[in-house]
Design a protein around this ligand. Structure first.
Ligand SMILES: Nc1ncnc2c1ncn2[C@@H]1O[C@H](COP(=O)(O)OP(=O)(O)OP(=O)(O)O)[C@@H](O)[C@H]1O
Ligand SMILES: [Mg+2]
Length: 263
């Protein structure tokens, strides 16, 4: 094996235009297999658009997206999903009337991977896998409760569990801690950290306490471009990064700012 980690996802010079407005401008990003990467940036920086481009929902006017070394830029969304690229959206998509366990089971059944074909023939493997997922998302004690009885944070964990149930190779999480308490946020960081290795994870978030707990390389987007990359400590000491976050009064908009930890 090479001493260099294998690159799983490579975004190369991608430009996305919405009626002439460049939401992404010649953006390049490389994500090694099994790694955890954090994306931050002010509102409108292009973070969600980047995820939309990776999953084939948005088509760039130029550039390439390569996955396992292969260009997927022209692939339809379902074919990209079948590669094991899975995006969790901000709004929870759990089925309220079902229990936590049933939600996970439904999600696992949708899986197209090897594990799904195994579980179709063996119920015991499925039960075991669901138990692991419940453990992972801290909801073992609430497995038989209806999803609509869960707290907001717990619903978010369930949804992460549902995404993980499909055993994605690349997991894209857009603001997974939105609306969470500080305690829920800390648990979510732990959960996401435990996913890397087996999965490759790209996570967008505004909450710097959370980003700090993730303890992973951070890419800063600004006006559709990569502004800089580094660990959070180096970004915090970078005056230019502080400027793009703090260039306007702190209480304008919903930004918590790179230097501020919101309680
Ligand atoms: N479908 C669209 N049509 C037109 N403009 C769009 C579309 N989607 C996004 N934009 C614009 O592109 C820019 C980038 O948006 P995007 O949602 O990617 O930002 P973001 O970094 O995710 O911001 P936030 O932190 O607010 O979620 C914004 O100016 C947004 O208004
Ligand atoms: Mg966004």
């Amino acid at each position: 094996m090479s001493s260099h980690p294998e690159v799983l996802l490579e975004v190369q010079g991608v430009t996305v235009s919405f009626d002439g407005f460049k939401a992404l401008q010649n953006l390049s990003l490389s994500v090694p297999r099994g790694s955890l990467r954090v994306l931050i940036g002010p509102n409108g920086a292009g973070k969600s658009t980047l995820l939309d481009t990776i999953i084939g929902k948005v088509r760039p006017v130029s550039g390439d997206v390569r996955y396992r070394g292969q260009s997927i830029i022209t692939w339809p969304e379902h074919r990209i999903a079948n590669l094991g690229i899975c995006r969790k959206f901000q709004a929870p998509g759990v089925l309220d009337g079902l229990s936590v366990r049933e939600n996970l089971r439904v999600a696992a059944k949708r899986t197209k991977g090897v594990w799904a074909s195994l579980t179709r023939t063996t119920g015991r493997a499925e039960t075991q896998r669901i138990a692991e997922l419940l453990e992972l998302i801290n909801l073992t004690g609430k497995a038989d409760q209806r999803a609509d009885s869960l707290a907001h944070g717990e619903k978010q964990w369930l949804e992460i569990g549902m995404v993980v149930a499909s055993d994605p190779e690349l997991l894209l999480l857009d603001e997974p801690t939105a609306g969470m308490t500080a305690q829920e946020t800390a648990k979510t960081a732990e959960l996401i950290r435990s996913l890397s290795g087996r999965h490759t994870v790209l996570v967008i978030d505004h909450d710097m306490q959370f980003v700090e707990l993730l303890d992973a390389p951070v890419t800063v987007l600004h006006q559709g471009q990569v502004f800089c990359e580094g660990d959070l400590a180096s970004l915090r000491s970078n005056a230019d990064v502080m400027e793009i976050y703090l260039g306007r009064p702190k209480d304008e908009g919903h930004h918590k700012g790179v230097g501020y930890a919101q309680t």
